[in-house]
Design a protein around this ligand. Structure first.
Ligand code: UDP
Length: 390
């Protein structure tokens, strides 16, 4: 924090510098409302000025997985693009090291008061760790979520980031409980709601106008939207084949549209599983779609089948039935209050649960507390208060 004396009116302005980090698709929906809330704060504050800088690590870098979200979510172009993505980034370990090396240079140049990371990807832990190593405070948005499955790279990223961050912003009660159980001091934990839902609230009306259904020849309520990309679903040939077998049965009853994540597409090719999908007349595999198009696909679907984290939350908020093909979830509120059902990876369970929904027996749900579109503003308010007194 610095003080600046404005000689014209003797106003002392206090200045804060915050760097917000994003790297991968699910980060963009979370940083978009936060960056806007920082700008809004500046517009309304007379005595504190926030210099808001944005760094994109480049973990996801192409049009489908990155550029389209900048356009849809109206995110400003990053002041820093670290460019650590694609095959050149190497293994996760190499990527972590490269992001840290490049991000340190940003910190040396900018000397911010705070670094804000979101979610659970490689960029999240890499930039949080660089910050605290460099002596800069870190805030984690979407803290405290736990699947208790340490085979998930995301779980390791969450645990480590929460261990070192100074401010932990939590989306649901379970997160508060986990952090307290892990011995995190209560004054670091803030239950603020869900920034991904802030984006949904802001853009839902625009998304309704997407022409994707027409473009793909789909009819409202007469298709299933699906996504698959977790290592636990697609990294093992038998598991991936088993999921496709479930899809084969399901598409006999209702059309499935599957915007396929690049890593799943690669695994499909590596495992030689294309022949399986070629047989399925009613399975429509497409490239990943933009945010508005995907929201529209979810909103008009009969149900969603997914292994995604964020999509469990979005379907809960939208009241669309969701079948999650995982053995655990770090977002239990989507089951306790929402429309989510955890079925695991068993083919028959996936088919049975889907048929239940198709026959009109879908689980009903309500939106969790504080998922109201205002989470980002709560975060900014807390950050400013805390940084001003520290
Ligand atoms: N999403 C999208 N286009 C797609 C698939 C997903 O815009 O083709 C959005 C989805 O609405 C959600 C986010 O991407 O906001 C979820 O990202 P992902 O499933 O990759 O990550 P996870 O949430 O599992 O970490």
């Amino acid at each position: 924090m610095t003080l600046e004396n404005n000689n014209n009116n003797n106003n002392i302005k206090q200045k804060l510098k915050i760097i917000t980090v994003a790297g991968a698709r699910p980060n963009f929906m979370k940083v978009a409302p936060f960056l806007k809330a920082l700008d809004k704060f500046n517009d309304s504050s007379n005595d504190i000025v926030i210099t808001s800088l944005f760094a994109h690590t480049g973990q996801h870098y192409d049009v489908n997985m990155s550029d389209v979200f900048f356009k849809n979510l109206q995110i400003k172009q990053p002041e820093y693009h670290l460019g650590i993505g694609g095959a050149a980034a190497g293994s996760i370990v190499e990527q972590t090291a490269k992001i840290m090396t490049e991000f340190e240079k940003v910190l040396v140049t900018e000397k911010p008061d705070l670094v804000v990371v979101v979610g659970d990807v490689t960029s999240t832990i890499s930039c949080a760790l660089t910050s605290v190593r460099y002596g800069v405070k870190a805030a984690h948005i979407e803290a405290g979520l736990r699947s208790f499955d340490r085979t998930m790279p995301e779980e390791i990223n969450r645990i480590l980031t929460d261990k070192i961050a100074d401010f932990l912003f939590v989306t649901e009660e379970s997160g508060v409980k986990h952090l307290k159980n892990e011995g995190v001091s209560e004054d670091k934990i803030f239950l603020v709601g869900n920034l991904m839902i802030d984006s949904l609230v802001q853009f839902k009306e625009i998304a309704l106008k997407s022409t994707i259904l027409h473009d793909l020849g789909l009819e409202k309520g007469k298709y299933i939207a699906a996504t698959l990309h977790r290592p636990s679903s697609v990294d093992d040939k038998r598991t991936f084949a088993n999921l496709l077998d479930a899809f084969e049965e399901i598409q006999k009853k209702m059309k499935i549209v599957l915007p396929l994540h690049p890593r799943s597409k690669k695994k499909l090719q590596d495992f030689g599983l294309q022949s399986k999908i070629e047989k399925m007349q009613n399975l429509l595999i497409i490239e990943p779609v933009g945010y508005f198009d995907f929201l529209k696909l979810m909103m008009d679907a009969k149900l969603v089948i997914t292994d995604s984290g964020g999509i469990q939350e979005e379907t809960t908020f939208l009241g669309i039935p969701c079948i999650t093909t995982r053995n655990n979830t770090e977002r239990p509120v989507t089951i306790e209050l929402g429309t989510n059902v955890l079925v695991g990876l068993d083919k028959n369970k996936i088919i049975d649960e889907t048929l239940k929904v198709l026959s009109g027996n879908a689980k009903k749900g309500i939106a969790p507390p504080l998922w109201d579109g205002n989470a980002a503003e709560r975060v900014v308010k807390i950050i400013v208060e805390k940084l001003m007194i520290s």
